[in-house]
Design a binder for this molecule. Structure first.
Ligand code: GAR
Length: 191
């Protein structure tokens, strides 16, 4: 594949837990074709497992001691601007960002969601698709706007649900596809 020849966009990845999508994004960022450099990782949860991987890869982790989320966001905005972050990737980030924050980075925040949006916004998507006996589910990368899981869709992958699937098997299969589509979505908007 071709080497990316432009200036790499500085990315901040926001996580809350396991960080498998963060891992896939870090691996992608190291490829020659990648238009991004992961500059910082932020987590609202200092015990997020995903932070270990960022640390191993020597990526700066932002720790903010601030109980009030509004004040925390204000500090975060300053850091993101100072470091010239051009794209914020939410990857299993389970906190809702304020409208004020979203406006400050208008069009520069993207999220990955484990469903075929606009269906199944919110939490427990796999459980709900199985309960509703859907034939298909999927995963979606979309721009973040002020409404939950509702911004413009960038990339989507449809996945067949088998009769033998349960919440766990489905979550695993969807996650594997998530790891593939997040880099594809980034390529689509940046190169
Ligand atoms: C992923 O399945 C992601 O799509 C989902 O959380 C998981 C995080 O896994 N995100 C949401 O549900 C956001 N509404 P990871 O920490 O291993 O990337």
């Amino acid at each position: 594949m071709k080497k990316y020849s432009g200036r790499k966009v500085f990315v901040a990845v926001f996580i809350s837990g396991r960080g498998s999508n963060l891992k896939s994004l870090i691996n992608f960022s190291k490829k020659k074709i990648s238009p991004i450099k992961i500059d910082i990782v932020f987590s609202n949860n200092k015990n997020a497992i995903g932070l270990k991987f960022a640390k191993e890869k020597k990526i700066k982790i932002v720790h903010l001691k601030e109980k009030n989320f509004y004040n925390l966001e204000k500090k975060l905005v300053k850091i993101l601007n100072k470091r010239k972050i051009g794209l914020i990737c939410l990857a299993g980030f389970m906190k809702i960002l304020s409208n004020n924050f979203i406006k400050k980075f208008n069009g520069k925040i993207i999220n990955i969601h484990p469903s075929l949006l606009p269906k199944y916004k919110g939490l427990n998507t796999h459980r709900r698709v199985i309960e509703n006996k859907e034939d298909y589910t999927g995963c979606t990368v979309h721009f973040v706007n002020s409404k939950l899981d509702s911004g413009k869709i960038i990339f989507q992958k449809k996945i067949k649900i088998f009769k033998k699937d349960n919440e766990k098997t489905l979550a695993q299969r969807v996650l594997l596809e998530e790891h593939k589509i997040y880099p594809k979505a980034i390529m689509k908007i940046l190169s």
